[in-house]
Write a new protein. Structure first.
Length: 350
């Protein structure tokens, strides 16, 4: 994915979080969340580096949409000038300079467009809600869980390494939240104001119910698991793909092929994390390593590709990482070691 597309794909929250980090205006908790995402999401990390490089070279930053447009016009003028120069005979060194410069100008233009659009969008939300903040932020770091009480009486339990954004106009007409990570929702019933959870290209809408959503940015799937009530799941704004879930059913949406399927699930397997139960339900070692990293707050890496064929099944409650691995070792031929602050796991399936 090229730089322009990476920046365009990034949602406004993460883009503004990066800008806040570069300006030194975000909290320590937000900084930890941002750096964790940089470590675990390669596309996000690449976009972060590109934005940081452009940011460090900027002269001024537009503070409203008009100034953003003026800046963009100046950039477009510069592109036209370079194109005119490139049509003239030049020596090889000059041509190389032009070729290298033009992509960065194009990137800068895309950044200016995004900055202007985001400020305009936030200004509209601020005017509508009467608040300077468009969103209320809730973060959890690796190994942390948090219970959140929303204004409508809904409670949300946020799992480790997760982020929940609540819109500034929450409850005015709709109740909308944005989730990156995993959370269990106990939604206060209100037929007049649907509750909507946005997770990338999947939107889960309910009136009042209990359900779990797992939507980590670096996971291959988004999973919605219904414990009680009824939920409506829409994908890619395509009504023909709408799924209505009944209790005990879960929908798994593949980010790779944009396909979804519905299966049964056992409640403890999905929601056990709320009671500090680390559950593996025939997880691959790739998924298990991610879960261990989030649960214990340290990076976990696999050394041997033979582990990729393994599936893990088991439940562990309130025990250290080394004891979890020790119990897994009883049924799998694995070993582990600390390398710096990273846990390295090697071995093979039995």
């Amino acid at each position: 994915m090229n730089t322009y597309l990476k920046m365009a794909y990034m949602d406004e929250h993460h883009y503004l979080l990066i800008i806040g980090y570069l300006e030194g205006k975000i909290t320590e908790e937000e900084t930890q969340y941002l750096l964790q995402k940089v470590q675990t999401d390669k596309e996000f990390s690449d976009a972060f580096e590109d934005i940081a490089e452009i940011w460090s070279a900027r002269k001024t930053v537009p503070h409203n949409n008009l100034r953003a447009n003026d800046a963009l016009n100046r950039v477009n003028k510069k592109i036209d000038e370079l194109e005119a120069v490139s049509n003239q005979p030049v020596n090889p060194s000059q041509q190389t300079t032009i070729i290298k410069l033009r992509p960065w100008i194009a990137i800068a233009a895309s950044v200016l467009v995004l900055i202007g659009a985001f400020w305009f969008y936030n200004a509209r939300l601020s005017n509508r809600s009467g608040s300077a903040l468009a969103f209320t932020e809730n973060h959890t770091s690796p190994g942390q869980k948090k219970k959140i009480n929303l204004p409508d009486g809904t409670t949300v339990t946020l799992n480790a390494s997760s982020n929940l954004r609540v819109t500034g106009n929450f409850g005015d007409e709709k109740r909308e939240v944005y989730l990156d990570g995993e959370a269990f929702f106990d939604v206060k019933r209100n037929p007049e104001k649907p509750f909507i959870v946005h997770t990338g290209k999947v939107a889960t809408q309910v009136l009042g119910t209990h359900f779990n959503v797992s939507a980590y940015a670096n996971d291959a799937n988004i999973t919605v698991s219904l414990v009680q009530g009824k939920v409506q799941v829409d994908m890619n704004n395509d009504l023909s793909k709408r799924i209505i879930l009944e209790p005990g059913k879960q929908m798994t949406y593949s980010k790779t092929d944009a396909q979804a399927h519905v299966t049964d699930f056992t409640t403890e397997d999905i929601t056990g994390w709320k009671e500090n139960k680390l559950v593996f339900n025939y997880d691959s070692w790739t998924d298990a390593a991610k879960k261990l990293s989030r649960w214990y707050g340290i990076p976990v890496q696999l050394q041997d590709s033979t582990l990729l064929r393994c599936k893990l099944k088991g439940t562990f409650q309130n025990i250290p990482l080394t004891k979890v691995l020790g119990q897994i070792k009883m049924v799998s031929d694995i070993s582990w070691k600390m390398q710096g602050n990273t846990m390295i796991i090697s071995g093979k399936c039995n």
